[in-house]
Design a protein around this ligand. Structure first.
Ligand SMILES: *Cc1c(COP(=O)(O)O)cnc(C)c1O
Length: 397
């Protein structure tokens, strides 16, 4: 059994704050500052260039990738870290399209995060050649998987409502029709159990600063199924994805397996912070996280529906169809979120009217949920959100 009192104690949570935004940025692991400082002083400071060998910096992207692999049901040796998620989406999509060269359609859904759609659009424009990005409603994805589709680019858990796709079912249908799958796990990794190998996923990507708590801008990950490891062509042919980077050859020769999905110099400081976060995850069972996440989400939904009739649930009510977040719609949602933040309850807002609350069992308790419902109730009953300072839009919502 996962000890959630222990996990909660591993994070710095500011006094008086109820943090329901771990789906956007996870909190600071208490051990991270000392470890990063030690790395800077003893490794960077003392070893300088020798640190690449002496401290294992060069192997860090695959070493960390293997630790992520456990959390997403990936085979060891098939996940590597680097770059940002948007870049990894591009990289996976480009490689996937190459595996299905006779087809012209990328299928995604309107619930996907805009950056994924923009990256796909950019790739379509770059490659030309009659390629098309087709966007359907999330409920229509299954029917839209046909022999015409080259690649599906689907985010398993949608960022606005937390709606969850059935990865195993959609992947099976895709394969029946000769379609390659790219799964975005931004709101899955560390949020729900994922079984990439079991589902037979072809490619997957995700970020580490949300549920995994790697810190703002922590590097992304990419997974390539073992059956594609030797054939997937890396469109971003950087030197560290080369078979022999230190031979400094003129021509590109893709590295072995997942190594070819590396691009350039890894962010060692940030990978070091992420490793501290993964030390916590090493002691966590994803089945326990899921059970507790469902309990917290259901408690929040029940409390809000009882006390805040102004809000309407826009997440799936059935927890099997939902990730680890709950969203409600309200016309004045932006101002309500600002009023909540001013009162120490941190959620976020997604245009036009969605109030989002992430539930992260590693550091969120039932008491947090009850207190958040209490504050929200007070703000709505007294219309405390209706003040000029809460209506003014900030750059990051
Ligand atoms: C958070 C998120 C991103 C963000 O991409 P970055 O390149 O890390 O900024 C992309 N896609 C999805 C689905 C996300 O949820």
């Amino acid at each position: 059994m996962t000890d959630f009192n222990w996990t909660r104690d591993q994070f710095h949570l500011p006094q008086g704050m109820i943090y329901l935004d771990g789906n956007s940025l996870g909190p600071l692991p208490k051990m991270a500052p000392a470890r990063v400082m030690e790395m800077m002083e003893n490794e960077w400071g003392e070893q300088l260039i020798a640190g690449w060998n002496a401290s294992g910096w060069m192997a860090q992207p695959t070493r960390v990738g293997d630790r992520i692999a456990r959390l997403i049901g990936a085979e060891k040796g098939h996940v590597v870290m680097g770059d940002t998620l948007s870049i990894k989406v591009f990289q996976a999509l480009a490689a996937a399209l190459k595996l299905n060269p006779d087809r012209k359609v990328i299928l995604s859904d309107s619930g996907n995060f805009p950056s994924d759609l923009y990256m796909a659009e950019g790739l379509v424009n770059l490659l030309g050649n009659g390629l098309e990005l087709r966007i359907v409603a999330p409920e229509e994805v299954e029917d839209a998987i046909t022999d015409e589709i080259a690649v599906t680019l689907i985010t398993e858990v949608g960022y606005t409502t937390g709606r969850k796709h059935d990865m195993a079912k959609l992947t099976a249908k895709a394969h029946e029709h000769g379609v390659i799958t790219v799964w975005d796990l931004a709101h899955s990794a560390g949020a729900i159990p994922v079984d990439l190998a079991g589902a037979g996923a072809d490619f997957a990507v995700g970020c580490t600063y949300k549920y995994l708590n790697g810190g703002p801008g922590a590097p992304a990950f990419i997974y390539v199924a073992p059956r594609h490891a030797k054939t997937a062509q890396p469109a971003l042919a950087g030197w560290l994805g080369h078979a022999r980077p230190f031979a400094f050859e003129q021509g590109y020769d893709a590295g072995k397996g997942i190594e070819r999905m590396r691009v350039g110099t890894p962010p060692v400081l940030h990978l070091t912070a992420l490793e501290v976060a993964l030390d916590v995850w090493d002691k966590v069972d994803m089945a326990d996280v899921r059970a507790r996440s469902i309990a917290l989400c259901e408690r929040f939904i029940a409390g809000v529906e009882e006390h805040c009739p102004q809000l309407s649930l826009c997440s799936p009510r059935d927890s099997d169809l939902r990730g680890s977040q709950v969203s409600f719609r309200f016309e004045h949602g932006y101002a309500v979120i600002q009023a909540l933040i001013a009162d120490g309850v941190i959620g976020d807002f997604r245009a036009p009217d969605v109030m989002r609350f992430g539930f992260t069992p590693l550091y969120t308790s039932e008491k947090d949920v009850d207190e958040a419902v209490g504050v929200l109730t007070r703000i709505l009953r007294g219309a405390l959100w209706d003040r000029p300072e809460f209506l003014e839009r900030k750059a990051v919502t």
